[in-house]
Structures are given as structure tokens and as C-alpha cells.
Design a protein around this ligand. Structure first.
Ligand code: HEC
Length: 216
């Protein structure tokens, strides 16, 4: 019988397979918990659902050198202040509507989806909805009857997807909540690229990058 090298033995490869699988399993559990803490509603970057009771602005932050969402005074959606549970139910219904109607087939949400139509992540903040007094109703009207409007002159029209008024209101709640998410620097722990013009040599040596670097 020919002698088998240790690295060619079945038992070595069986043990290797078991250890690699077990190691990956542990790593995936850790990464899942780590991601959950960064993406759960009610965490630092992703506000709780009741944020839809507040005004949401997008303001340039000098220190971070980004536009960041700013949660302001009470400005309830459809003039109704909701409890956390009610807000969650409404936002969830809106999210389900976007899934059921497959908005991602044309739009991106948080960067995921298709590039036929505008990204919806900050659609709530689109200035073409007019003033805050008419925005919510304009959004509901648009979602229910988009086919005969040119919303922002893109030249493409959104088809009528048979969205009911209840679904449209819930979708607007979902869009408002999504606009409050601080998406800057996602995915977490990646160093953002320098967004400013490179400073003069001596200044850069003295000050370093104007952008706070993540992860050292
Ligand atoms: C078949 C492709 C298609 C699908 C599916 C679709 N849309 Fe659209 N949507 C468009 C196009 C095209 C526009 C741009 C219309 C315009 O500017 O006149 C648009 C515009 C919008 C806008 C305005 C964007 C802005 O920046 O102000 C919103 C909000 C919107 N869609 C929400 C949705 C939602 C919610 C769904 C799912 C329920 C959805 N869309 C599904 C094609 C689509």
C-alpha cells in the first residue's frame, strides 16, 4: 500500500472543513450582532420610528464636512402625533408597500435597487414637494396618481401602481423615517474618501485631513 502524506489524508481535510465552518459561523454571528447595532431603529444613526413626529432637515455639518439629517421641532406627519408603536406600525406598512409594489424595480432605497428613477432615501426632502404644509398631501397624491405628472422634469413617468390612500400615507411615513437616517460613512468602519480639494502642501501637513477619519 502506498503511504499517504498528512496533507493528503482524508482526516486532515475533514478536520479542516469542520474548523473552517465553525470559525466562519462564529465570525458571522459576531458580524451580524455588530451590524444590527448599527442598523436597528432607535440607534445612533437610525432614529426610532417616532421621528416621523418631528421636522427633518438636511444641514451641512462643518465638522464632519457632510450634509447630515437634523431632527427638529415637533411636526407630526398628517398632523397626528403617534406613539412609538403606532409609528412603527405605520412605517412598517409603508415598507411592506414598497416591497409589495417593488419600488426597487425602478428606484434605489438606501442605495439598493435599480437606476431608472431617483433614489428614494431622501425623497422626503426633495424641495419640489413645495412647502411643509402641502408636502405630505402632494406626496400622497403623487403616489396614488403618478402617471399624469412630471414631478421633477426627469422626463420619465412613474406608472400607476394601484396604491390605496392608506398605503400611500404609510409609504410617506416610511420615506420620512428613511430621510432621517444618517447614511454618511456607511458601511461602518470604512474610511470616507477626501471630499474637499487637496489643501496646499504646508497646510495639509499642519492640519491633516479636514474630514474626521473613521477607524483611526
Ligand atoms: C416602473 C418604474 C417605477 C416604479 C416601479 C416606481 N417608480 Fe417611483 N418614480 C418613477 C419615475 C420614472 C419617477 C420620476 C418621475 C418624475 O420625475 O416625473 C419616480 C418618482 C418617484 C418619486 C419622486 C421622487 C423625488 O425625488 O421626489 C417618489 C417619492 C416615488 N417615485 C416613489 C415610488 C414608490 C414609493 C414606489 C413603489 C410603491 C415607486 N415609486 C415605484 C418610476 C417608478
Amino acid at each position: 500500500m502506498s503511504h499517504t502524506e498528512w496533507w493528503a489524508s482524508e482526516s486532515f481535510w475533514r478536520k479542516t472543513a469542520i474548523w473552517v465552518t465553525a470559525g466562519s459561523f462564529v465570525a458571522l454571528i459576531f458580524l451580524t450582532l455588530d451590524s444590527m447595532s448599527a442598523i436597528t431603529a432607535g440607534s445612533t444613526r437610525v432614529p426610532a420610528y417616532s421621528v416621523i413626529n418631528h421636522r427633518i432637515d438636511y444641514v451641512f455639518d462643518e465638522k464632519r464636512n457632510f450634509q447630515v439629517p437634523v431632527i427638529g421641532v415637533e411636526e407630526p406627519l398628517f398632523d397626528q402625533t403617534l406613539t412609538e408603536a403606532e409609528a412603527e406600525a405605520l412605517v412598517s406598512r409603508g415598507k411592506l408597500t414598497t416591497q409589495a409594489k417593488n419600488c426597487m424595480n425602478c428606484h434605489t432605497l438606501l442605495g439598493n435597487g435599480a437606476y431608472y428613477a431617483p433614489d428614494l432615501t431622501k425623497a422626503w426632502l426633495d424641495p419640489s414637494w413645495g412647502s411643509k404644509d402641502v408636502r405630505e398631501q402632494m406626496m400622497v397624491d403623487f403616489l396614488m396618481n403618478p402617471q399624469d405628472r412630471l414631478h421633477n422634469g426627469l422626463g420619465r413617468r412613474m406608472p400607476n401602481l394601484g396604491i390605496t390612500e392608506g398605503e400611500a400615507r404609510a409609504t410617506v411615513a416610511f420615506l420620512k423615517w428613511m430621510a432621517s437616517i444618517d447614511t454618511n460613512g456607511f458601511p461602518a468602519n470604512f474610511t470616507p474618501i477626501d471630499q474637499s480639494d487637496p489643501p496646499a502642501d504646508d497646510a495639509s501637513a499642519a492640519n491633516g485631513s479636514p474630514i474626521p477619519q473613521q477607524g483611526g
